[in-house]
Design a protein around this ligand. Structure first.
Ligand SMILES: Cc1cc2nc3c(=O)[nH]c(=O)nc-3n(C[C@H](O)[C@H](O)[C@H](O)COP(=O)(O)O)c2cc1C
Length: 330
């Protein structure tokens, strides 16, 4: 039984990764429906929070149906971090997750995200102060190290556990790899063999099928898997993996009706959450994946990413069902 502090996640939990501009409430609703066991918000800037930035505050809004859910923060200044934690507490997340893994320049150049991997002492003292400032369980998401010459993840996991974090998620790449190359889960395997580590260790990086999920779970013995990109436009990855874990059987992929029904609802929630203009714009990044693998989808996808009107978009989606249902009958 996997537990984050007092929070029970069950066996083989599947976690939705925090993803900026993706893991928002509309997308999270679809992943939750498909059996995701725990979710995280997009990362939230602590500097934005303490300055009352509307965009940052909006990211704290979570609902009861989403539980268990973690709010993820990034920052580098101790006072800002603990001040932000006080703001977050009012939203009552199940955990507060600290981002020590974001590789993008605008974050690392301010000393946040993966930049902290270059200052392990600071990482530990910052984490200790955050843990001590709140009664909400604190977790960490990080990478293997800054680059291949400075991988200290095993030692870091021990130190962070020592100062009181309740779980760690490790994206098995270094910062300098960004998203390139293969993730290297062997470090996760070694951390799981380390008897001193008692907190749950979640593995992250490149899980994109039930078979790969099973293979990685068995080989590296992680407590759960966090899934990011494979869920974008394909929330069914959660039900497929959990069904495979339970039965050893592969589920058939979603039908075209199911895909279109999911897209319609995603669009609707997106518009409700962000307003018509932004809701429609931000949905555009999802269409490619929702309809991946369908022959001759390009013309239909173009209609979806160029149209600004909800009714026209719904009509385009209906045309997709019609086309592919007819094709499957001939
Ligand atoms: C579009 C996008 C946005 C992301 N934003 C965040 C973020 O806000 N916080 C975070 O910890 N990681 C973020 N990540 C990294 C993912 O959480 C995850 O670690 C990474 O994608 C590797 O997992 P995957 O191979 O399953 O996608 C982001 C990744 C993507 C693709």
């Amino acid at each position: 039984m996997v537990k984050i502090g007092g929070l029970i996640l069950g066996e083989n939990p599947l976690l939705l990764a925090p993803m900026e501009d993706v893991s928002d409430p509309p997308f999270r609703t679809l992943c939750k429906e498909q059996g995701c066991d725990m979710m995280f918000t997009e990362f939230v800037s602590v500097e934005g929070l303490i300055r009352n930035a509307e965009k940052s505050l909006k990211k704290l809004e979570i609902s009861e149906e989403e539980r268990p859910i973690g709010i993820q923060i990034f920052g580098s200044e101790l006072n800002s971090m603990t001040e932000a934690v006080k703001i977050i507490e009012k939203y009552k997340p199940d955990v507060i997750d600290i981002n020590y893994g974001c590789p993008v320049k605008k974050v690392v150049c301010k000393g946040s995200g993966a930049a902290i991997l270059k200052e392990v002492d600071k990482m530990v003292s910052l984490t200790k102060a955050i843990v001590e400032s709140t009664s909400i369980p604190v977790t960490v998401k990080t990478r293997l190290g800054w680059d291949e010459n400075s991988i200290r993840i095993e030692e870091i996991t021990e130190m962070l556990q020592e100062v009181g974090i309740k779980a760690i998620t490790i994206h098995a790449r270094t910062r300098s790899q960004m998203y390139k190359g293969e993730s290297d889960w062997s470090y996760l395997g070694r951390i799981k063999e380390n008897k001193k580590i008692t907190i749950p260790v979640f593995g992250n990086g490149d899980i994109n099928s039930p078979e790969k999920a099973m293979e990685h779970k068995k080989k590296f013995k992680v407590d759960g898997l966090m899934i990011g990109r494979a869920a974008i436009g394909y929330p069914w990855i959660f039900r497929e993996i959990s069904h495979y874990f339970k039965t050893g059987e592969l589920l058939p992929p979603p039908s075209i009706e199911e895909r279109v029904e999911a897209v319609k609802r995603h669009l609707k929630y997106s518009i409700e959450w962000k307003g018509e203009k932004n809701g429609i714009n931000e949905m555009r990044q999802h269409y490619t994946n929702y309809f991946k693998g369908l022959r001759d989808i390009k013309e239909y996808r173009t209609a979806l990413i160029t149209n600004n009107n909800e009714y026209d978009l719904l009509a385009s989606l209906d045309r997709i069902v019609k086309k592919y249902n007819i094709e499957s009958q001939v």
